[in-house]
Design a protein around this ligand. Structure first.
Ligand SMILES: [Zn+2]
Length: 247
């Protein structure tokens, strides 16, 4: 039942050409965002991914030295399904990413390299909106990404980046946070939903360790439930929700 008190989400702005998604782990984008990303690349927009870690601490039965390269391969495959071929890894250590100037500098450098108008990241808040605690990696990367959108445009915050040939870029217009408990905007998930399911399925090693369910049943149920839940705030259209910070 639709709650009349629920605020309707606005369509995410579409007058942009380049987006950069910055998240902590392989699979962070495939748990929802990739449906929106598929529609954007269909429309000829450029989207690049930057991951702070290789997700090497994500599978209990695999030691990090084995897990990291495996998850990197799965991430590149998941990105390719939705038309993304640029996937970079910053090499921070999974599970213990530190929020601070080193992380902000790495993300500011990525923003200067890619010069996106739209930056995407994952929930930077302490919880997922209920009694479900967020992970410190997501909080650190989400916050640092929001900060780095400004840092990238300031010549004097990380002058060493200019010395490396990365000129300031103040052109980020929006930072859109997925998985936020305070969404403001949304993107129609329908055109990209099948590819979103397949992109999540590319994280097969992770999914097989995570659940006893058939991976495809699990991926489809998760993404359908999430996008359908957003529909009641988006004119009945299954959608990916974002909290948008305008710059
Ligand atoms: Zn994650």
């Amino acid at each position: 039942m639709t709650d009349p008190q629920i605020t309707q989400l606005q369509p995410l702005p579409e007058d942009w050409q380049r987006a950069l998604a910055v998240v902590a782990h392989p699979d962070d984008l495939e748990y929802g965002c990739s449906a929106a990303i598929a529609a954007w690349t269909d429309a000829g927009r450029e989207v690049a991914y930057v991951l702070a870690t290789r997700g090497e601490a994500g599978i209990d039965s695999l030691d990090p030295a084995t897990c990291g390269p495996l998850r990197e391969r799965e991430q590149r495959a998941g990105a390719a399904v939705v038309g993304v071929t640029t996937v970079e890894f910053l090499g921070h250590r999974d599970g213990v990413i530190e929020y601070g100037t080193a992380l902000r500098r790495d993300i500011a450098a990525a923003i200067r390299r890619h010069r996106p108008e739209l930056v995407l990241t994952l929930n930077h808040r302490d919880t997922w909106g209920d009694a479900s605690w967020n992970t410190p990696d997501h909080v650190a990367v989400g916050r640092a990404t929001l900060d780095a959108a400004a840092d990238a445009g300031n010549r004097w915050i990380f002058p060493e980046l200019t010395d490396q040939g990365l000129e300031p870029f103040g052109g980020v217009r929006w930072v859109a946070v997925a998985g936020s408990s305070r969404p403001t905007h949304a993107v129609d998930a329908r055109p990209g939903l099948e590819r979103a399911v397949r992109s999540l399925l590319e994280h097969r090693s992770y999914l097989e360790a995570l659940t006893d369910q058939d991976p495809e049943t699990y991926a489809r149920a998760f993404l359908t439930t999430r996008t359908t839940a957003t529909a009641e705030r988006f004119g009945g259209i299954p959608a990916v929700a974002f909290e948008v910070f305008t710059r």
